[in-house]
Design a protein around this ligand. Structure first.
Ligand code: DGL
Length: 268
């Protein structure tokens, strides 16, 4: 896999597109293959065994397509499977958790940090560990937000149901006097306007910018940045329904999503 090969990017659905947005800003010439595992969304209620199988199937596919690196654009996989599989493949893999933890530690002054994430991510306490590895005086308050992903996948980015859920999830964090809130699931930046409205002065953090910066540094350090500055070639693949992915995805990325194909992955 050489420098002109694409980067593989994956998530359970449209969430990873919030990371693609940062990717397009920082690595505009790079080609990429995006895989949305919509046949298995939501990931947040799956077991570690299930998630490991999905991750291996996706990595098997990416390796067969010759990707030069993988951006794990999913907080759940970054927390639950990446630590176990990252040494199994001969290419760099970058996740969201360490990046989010670094950004949170830079942002906080009270050392009281909130994390909103999926149930699987919260159960793993990966964010808590990563933040406290950097600054052990930090207190980390994690809240699982299982109602968010189905709403985002359905394209419901405003409305009463969403606002009620957001109020329910932010309240315990505000009661802990956090000064920084990490969006620990890549679907949640779709909901930033609603969440920001509820948290006032608290700094709302999307780990995507930091994760893509890490990927860029790794590509540069391994002489894997693409040669030409031609426009990026993007491929969007899903394991479920193409139409709803395209509809919701275009609300964030517009016509960058020109075509979406549905594929079935072989077991890796
Ligand atoms: N967007 C993913 C994450 O960051 C997966 C969410 C889900 O499918 O539950 O955790």
């Amino acid at each position: 896999m050489g420098k002109n090969h694409p980067v593989g990017i994956f998530d359970s659905g449209v969430g990873g597109l919030t990371v693609v947005k940062a990717f397009l800003e920082q690595l505009p010439g790079e080609d990429f293959i995006y895989f949305g595992d919509t046949a298995h969304v939501p990931y947040g209620n799956k077991t570690q065994q299930q998630l490991l199988q999905y991750a291996r199937d996706i990595m098997h596919f990416f390796i067969s397509r010759g990707v030069k690196a993988v951006l794990v654009a999913c907080g759940t996989h970054s927390s639950v499977t990446l630590p176990f599989i990252k040494d199994d493949y001969p290419i760099p893999m970058v996740g969201m958790v360490k990046a989010g933890a670094r950004a949170a530690c830079r942002s906080t002054s009270s050392n009281r940090i909130g994390v909103m994430a999926t149930q699987a991510t919260v159960n793993s306490h990966a964010y808590s560990r990563a933040i406290r590895d950097i600054n052990h005086t930090c207190q980390v308050f994690e809240v699982a937000c299982p109602r968010f992903v189905p709403l985002v996948e359905a394209g419901q980015l405003v409305g009463e149901e969403l606002e009620m859920a957001a109020r329910q999830y932010t309240l315990p964090l505000l009661q802990e006097n956090i000064d920084t809130l990490v969006l620990g699931c890549t679907h949640y930046p779709f909901l930033s306007p609603v969440i920001a409205e509820l948290i006032g002065e608290v700094c709302l953090l999307d780990p995507a910018t930091e994760a893509v910066a890490e990927l860029k540094a790794i590509l540069a350090g391994n002489n894997l940045l693409k040669d030409s500055d031609s426009n990026s070639q993007a491929e969007f693949l899903v394991s479920g329904d193409e139409a709803s992915f395209a509809r919701v995805g275009r609300r964030l990325l517009g016509q960058v999503i020109n075509e979406v194909k549905s594929i079935t992955l072989a077991h890796g």
